[in-house]
Design a protein around this ligand. Structure first.
Ligand code: ADP
Ligand code: MG
Length: 343
């Protein structure tokens, strides 16, 4: 800015001295007006550029804050357990991840294909094999592996018609545990990237549950390379989960590995100890976390607005000073030119 003022003064002095030879004070006035207009235009452009830069900075800060305050982030290929009391919102959370539940706030992002095993398994009125293939082509090796991993081999031996047995309302009615395993087998066969299972082991006995966990869900199972989000009541599986989401009163109360949650002594430990008590401290912590986000965003916006105002005011003051300086110099030059002309 100082360099600009010096250049302008030099231009005025040169133009006034050259115009003095032609004894024309009107050309000085024209130069003066042109320079003033140039200064105003340049400053106007600079102010707009500064405002655009500051708006971009605000947007970047808000985006960064949003990413920093994501409630949960599930890495690809991890095994995540969802636990909580009955009615705490486990199924609702899974529905929200699937996009089947209207969200009041927040966003959910999933990558890749998703397979869902609902809490109440459903069966189509067709053969057992067709129920598992679910419209996809048959790959014998993969199909047999899925049947074995889902502990369906023995059930098939006792089923008249075997794989081709008609099941569902028009055929053989399967037990709750068998329906659940067919439902899990359908998801496993689909080989989707993300598997969301709502209490998939609730209707099977401990031995079968152990078999399915080992051969399907665990890090040695068929889904070892897939993202697995599984709500469960079976707390003995939790130490084997990569992360655990603890639900309480329709909210995510805690999120972390088994050891992290055990160290925290919060909702999770209460849940493990009694399965019945509600620990309210964690939800209060969550409200505090929400408040922190709002405070940080407000502080950032206020600081940025103050900076914008200061920058604009400073530039306006500088423009006024420059204009005054230019006026003084031009008047002095014009007076000198008039005096020279008179002489
Ligand atoms: N975040 C939430 N928003 C709205 N309704 C919820 C929420 N969490 C749970 N609910 C309601 O609470 C009830 C029980 O929730 P549910 O997800 O079935 O619990 P869980 O699977 O843990 O037993 C359902 O009727 C559901 O609509
Ligand atoms: Mg449920």
């Amino acid at each position: 800015m100082i360099i600009m003022i010096i250049i302008i003064i030099i231009i005025i002095i040169i133009s006034s001295s050259s115009s003095s030879s032609s004894s024309s004070s009107s050309s000085i006035i024209i130069n003066f007006v042109v320079i003033i207009i140039l200064i105003i235009i340049i400053n106007f452009i600079v102010i707009i550029i500064i405002i655009i830069i500051i708006i971009i900075i605000i947007i970047v800060i808000i985006i960064v804050l949003l990413f920093l305050f994501i409630n949960i982030e599930i890495p690809h290929g991890s095994l995540v357990g969802v636990v909580g009391l009955v009615g705490s919102g486990k199924s609702s959370l899974l529905s929200a991840i699937l996009g089947e539940m209207d969200r009041l706030q927040g966003t959910v992002q999933t990558s890749g294909s998703v397979a869902y095993v609902p809490q109440s398994p459903w069966i189509q009125n067709c053969s057992l094999r067709q129920n598992i293939l679910f419209g996809t082509s048959l790959n014998h090796k993969k199909y047999n592996k899925v049947i074995q991993a889902c502990a369906l081999t023995k059930d098939l031996e006792g089923l008249a018609g075997g794989h081709d047995a008609e099941i569902g309302e028009k055929g053989v009615n399967l037990s709750g545990g068998q329906k659940q395993r067919v439902s899990v087998a359908r998801a496993v066969y689909s080989a989707a990237d993300v598997h969301i299972m709502d209490d998939p082991l609730s209707a099977v006995d401990a031995k079968v549950g152990k078999h399915i966990f080992k051969h399907v869900l665990s890090d040695k199972g068929l889904l070892r390379n897939k993202t697995r989000i599984i709500s469960t009541h079976a707390v003995h599986w939790l130490p084997l989960m990569d992360k655990i989401i603890v639900m309480e009163q329709g909210r995510i109360a805690e999120f972390g590995s088994y050891l992290e949650l055990m160290r925290r002594v919060g909702t999770f430990t209460s849940f493990l100890q009694t399965n019945l008590r509600y620990a309210l401290e964690t939800s209060e912590d969550d409200e505090d976390a929400d408040l922190e986000i709002i405070v940080v965003v407000v502080v950032v916006v206020v600081v940025v607005v103050v900076v914008v105002v200061v920058v604009v005011v400073v530039r306006v003051v500088v423009v006024v000073v420059v204009v005054v300086v230019v006026v003084v110099v031009v008047v002095a030059a014009a007076t000198t030119a008039a005096a020279v002309a008179l002489v």
